[in-house]
Design a protein around this ligand. Structure first.
Ligand SMILES: Nc1ncnc2c1ncn2[C@@H]1O[C@H](COP(=O)(O)OP(=O)(O)OP(=O)(O)O)[C@@H](O)[C@H]1O
Ligand SMILES: [Mg+2]
Length: 374
């Protein structure tokens, strides 16, 4: 980004200013330390001078014995170091407190979604989803991002969602996996309200591929087998094959042991997306939420992946969000979302017969396709 937008000068100035600030603060501390340590030593030396002068005077005039004087001197010597050590410990505690304050701000941050007090004892979901009059408004947003969304999804069925950018598709996914709490309406899995399902069950049973996938800077194997339980190599290979990334991984010199860069920087956009899909598949989810996660993959590969999914996971319910009509046209039901509401719904044929927004999108995309292929 810095190079692409020729921001080297600004960034290095910013970095320089930060460093200058850091240096000045450290210098201030060094100055205080520089005064403090000699001061402590001067004071302790002064104590000896006072004891020597005043104690010497008392001993000479026989107010105290020589033994008392020597003993007092020794006690003083024994006390100097513990006193310094106390000062040192106080210093350490204060530094620690300053850091602890910052750590505590983070630790005391409340989770947006909390586990409900009386959850049902469910560990399995079948993939049956029922959404009723679902609405959601972001805090401080002027209008709701979603309102009055209702649909039903059954095991083995596919729902396709299409809609303009900002329509509320990703918001719906976040609600389905309970990363946020709905403002109104209900989401039910197998007839159980989402708030009654333990978060662990919910998130274990749903394979979610977010729009902006996040890969870790570790091996491809660990990126795919990102699961609370250990996953065998066969499972990882299986998931990579279904996600159509296996051949590309095998062509890499270290194959599944290839370490990828921070946020997957050493992979192409389409490769990243397919690794993210493999990660969701390895869980054998009962519900797959695919949020525009094949946008960087060509249509042929996309079709292969979707066909593969149907074959290997016939029982899995799928909610598939896309901007390309070609990828959702085979879905059992298609929802066209516009400004947080379902504008049109039905199968591909039914929607085309309506001649609404879906038809417009379809015709435009057909036209683009023809232009590209001609
Ligand atoms: N964290 C947030 N806080 C406030 N508003 C948000 C937040 N995330 C999204 N929005 C707003 O909610 C609306 C719906 O956003 P959402 O991400 O669901 O759209 P989308 O349909 O997924 O779009 P795209 O196709 O571009 O991915 C948008 O108007 C967006 O500006
Ligand atoms: Mg989105």
């Amino acid at each position: 980004m810095v190079k692409g937008f020729v921001r080297e000068k600004n960034q290095s100035e910013k970095f320089y200013r930060e460093n200058l600030n850091f240096m000045e603060r450290n210098m201030a501390m060094a100055r205080i330390q520089g005064i403090f340590q000699p001061l402590v030593q001067v004071i302790s030396a002064l104590a000896y001078v006072i004891v020597l002068a005043f104690g010497g005077y008392l001993a000479i005039h026989s107010f105290i014995t020589l033994g008392d004087f020597v003993a007092f001197n020794m006690y003083l010597g024994e006390l100097v170091w513990p006193m310094m050590a106390i000062g040192w410990v106080v210093n350490l505690i204060q530094r620690g407190q300053a850091s602890m304050k910052r750590i505590n701000v983070l630790l005391s941050y409340p989770a947006e979604v909390q586990e409900s007090a009386n959850v049902a004892a469910v560990t399995q979901l079948s993939g049956q989803v029922s959404v009723q009059q679902l609405s959601f408004q972001y805090p401080d947003a002027p209008a709701p991002a979603l309102s009055g969304i209702s649909f039903q999804l059954f095991p083995g069925k596919q729902i396709g969602i299409i809609g303009r950018t900002g329509a509320g598709k990703s918001t719906l996914c976040n609600l389905l996996i309970r990363l946020m709490e709905a403002s109104a309406g209900s989401i039910r899995y197998d007839g159980i309200d989402i708030r009654q399902i333990p978060l662990q069950t919910l998130r274990e049973q749903i394979g979610y591929v977010p729009q902006d996938n996040f890969l870790f800077s570790t091996t491809l194997r660990e990126n795919i087998a990102f699961h609370p339980y250990s996953i065998s190599q066969e499972e990882v290979v299986w998931a990579a094959k279904v996600a159509q990334i296996y051949d590309e991984i095998m062509a890499m010199p270290k194959q599944f042991d290839t370490v990828i860069g921070v946020r997957g920087i050493t992979l192409s956009g389409g490769q990243k997306q397919r690794v993210a899909i493999a990660r969701a598949l390895v869980k054998h989810p009962r519900l797959l939420l695919l949020d525009d996660c094949l946008s960087a993959v060509d249509t042929q590969t996309e079709e292969k992946i979707l066909q593969g999914l149907k074959q290997v996971m016939p029982e899995c319910a799928t909610l598939f969000i896309s901007h390309r009509i070609s990828s959702i046209m085979d879905a059992d039901e298609i929802l066209v979302i516009e400004e947080g509401q379902i504008l049109e719904r039905g199968t591909h044929a039914q929607l085309l017969a309506k001649g609404g927004l879906y038809t417009q999108l379809y015709e435009r995309q057909q036209l683009e396709h023809e232009v590209v292929n001609s």
